[in-house]
Design a protein around this ligand. Structure first.
Ligand code: LMG
Ligand code: NDP
Ligand code: PMR
Length: 393
């Protein structure tokens, strides 16, 4: 029954190289490791063999995992912090994973919709075995988000930081496409899927023993109309959220949050406004109560990533030099990954409710959001409508 799309393969490797290479009965963060002589990921009836030793679990998006891994009390041998990064299979997410793993202090759960792509990406940047775990997550399906949370919990790993990074952008689409539950796909993926994920994992974050537990939602300059970039048409505008209230289904209601005609570029920018409003609403509702640090950021213009994959070839060719030499807003994937990794782990970026940005010399600063992206009334309304749409209220 399980297919490539809904297969969940959770892998655990030894927390440090020594354990990975010598012990056959090691424990990672309280999770017993069953080492196999080869890497076997079950995809339906297929088995793919590789070189990495992992524990394989199989589940589809609706059923519980066939095999789960239970933590052993009192056998905690590793001290690495754990960070989930959504969309870690390319661009900013992959570069952040690399920066965190390179620090030697972090184990990254790469929450990705394409398991094999994520494994290949991890290898392509040289992540050592045992430093990461790939787990299936399709943000465009609430069922998959819920299954991911179950699978993550079944590993017994603690959660110290959650990074909501994944996104899609459809600048040339003439017609909307829809998520599993029938919501316009960019807002569904970038905002609603992350909203549900973050709400469900809040308990797990709260339980973390870290004194610096964080929830980060990636925002962008293009959602902020107080900047030049945010004034390039079409501009973000959530209006009175009438389309969102109606369910963004394109049938009984508009697929756009403000109720207007479909525009893929605007839908993306609107979704980024939602991301930045959601971070602030989390801060208002939960910071004092939970001590979790809530942050958003604009990492710089990473003009080479997969985000622009569906843009016209001319745009893809001209956009990087335009950003590099004209706007000077360009950053490399590597640099952007270091910036997001700072928001994950830098002790000085520990203020909650902040939208971080960087100067050209790469020093961070607390940026000012546009009027709409900092409107508390809109944030509250967005929160309430979103929790109904994802089935939490
Ligand atoms: C939309 O077009 C499409 O309609 C939509 O379908 C989607 O594809 C979307 O984002 C993707 O693009 C948008 C774009 C199309 O239109 C424009 O850019 C029109 C130009 C309007 C310029 C507006 C400037 C805003 C100024 C507002 C000022 C307000 C002040 C605010 C105050 C703030 C104070 C802090 O355009 C394009 O697709 C063009 C392609 C651009 C790609 C870049 C490559 C260009 C390289 C060539 C160099 C050109 C030099 C331009 C330099 C401009 C410098 C100012
Ligand atoms: P990429 O396209 O390189 O990365 C996006 C990631 O999201 C990919 O790993 C992709 O998976 C994943 N993803 C997409 N849909 C889903 C889904 N349904 N479920 C799970 N994962 C999914 O883009 P970037 O690295 O540029 O974007 C990362 C973040 O940075 C986004 O939030 C974006 O808004 C933000 N950002 C980017 C800027 C830029 O200039 N590039 C500027 C400002 C902000 P897959 O690999 O399978 O496609
Ligand atoms: Mg934009 C300081 C100027 C600046 C910066 C930092 C960005 C970032 N852009 C700037 C200016 C301009 N851009 C200008 C003057 C133009 C008109 C020529 C322009 C155009 C433009 C387009 C067509 N820019 C774009 C697009 C896209 O399709 C990208 C987009 O809007 O994706 C939603 C984009 C971006 N410009 C940026 C950044 C960071 C993006 C991409 C992604 C994002 O916000 O996540």
């Amino acid at each position: 029954m399980a297919t490539l799309g809904n297969c969940v393969a959770a892998s655990y490797l030894a927390a440090n190289e020594k354990a990975a290479s010598s012990s056959l009965e090691s424990v990672f963060l309280g999770v017993p490791l069953r080492h196999q002589s080869s890497h076997i990921v079950r995809l339906g009836s297929k088995e793919i063999k590789g070189q990495v030793r992992i524990i394989s679990t199989r589940a589809n998006a609706v059923a519980a995992p066939v095999e789960t891994v239970k933590p052993i009390e009192g056998k905690k041998t590793a001290t690495k912090s754990v960070c989930i990064v959504t969309g870690a299979s390319s661009g900013l997410g992959l570069a952040t994973t690399k920066a965190l793993v390179d620090s030697g202090e972090w184990h990254v759960v790469m929450a990705c919709r394409d398991f094999l792509k994520a494994e290949k990406a991890a290898k392509s940047v040289g992540l050592p075995k045992g430093s990461y775990t790939v787990m299936h997550l399709d943000l465009a399906s609430f069922e998959s988000v819920r299954q991911f949370v179950k699978n993550f919990r079944s590993t017994g790993m603690p959660l110290d930081v959650l990074v909501c990074n994944a996104a899609v952008y459809f600048p040339t689409a003439k017609e909307p496409t829809f998520s599993a539950e029938g919501f316009e796909l960019s807002v569904a993926t970038n905002h609603l899927g992350h909203f549900l994920l973050a709400r469900l994992l809040l308990d797990d974050l709260e339980k973390s023993e870290s004194s610096s537990k964080r929830l980060i939602i990636v925002g962008s300059i293009t959602g902020n109309t107080n900047t030049l970039a945010g004034n390039v048409p079409p501009k973000a505008n959530l209006g009175d959220l009438r389309g969102l209230s109606g369910g963004l289904n394109g049938v009984t209601t508009s697929p756009m949050i403000d109720g207007g005609a479909f525009d893929g570029a605007k839908a993306y920018k609107d979704s980024k406004v939602c991301n930045m409003l959601t971070m602030q609403e989390f801060h208002r509702r939960y910071h004092e109560k939970t001590n979790i640090i809530f942050s958003s950021l604009y990492p710089g213009c990473i003009a080479t990533t997969g985000l622009f994959r569906s843009h016209i070839p001319l745009f893809r060719a001209l956009f990087p030099p335009f950003q590099k030499y004209i706007t000077k807003g360009f950053v490399s994937e590597e640099e952007s990954g270091k910036r997001l990794a700072q928001v994950v782990r830098d002790p000085s970026l520990n203020k909650s409710g902040v939208y971080w940005s960087w100067n050209n010399d790469s020093s961070s600063f607390e940026n000012v959001l546009s009027e709409e992206a900092s409107d508390p009334e809109k944030a509250r309304k967005l929160w309430e409508i979103s929790e109904k749409l994802v089935g939490l209220a």
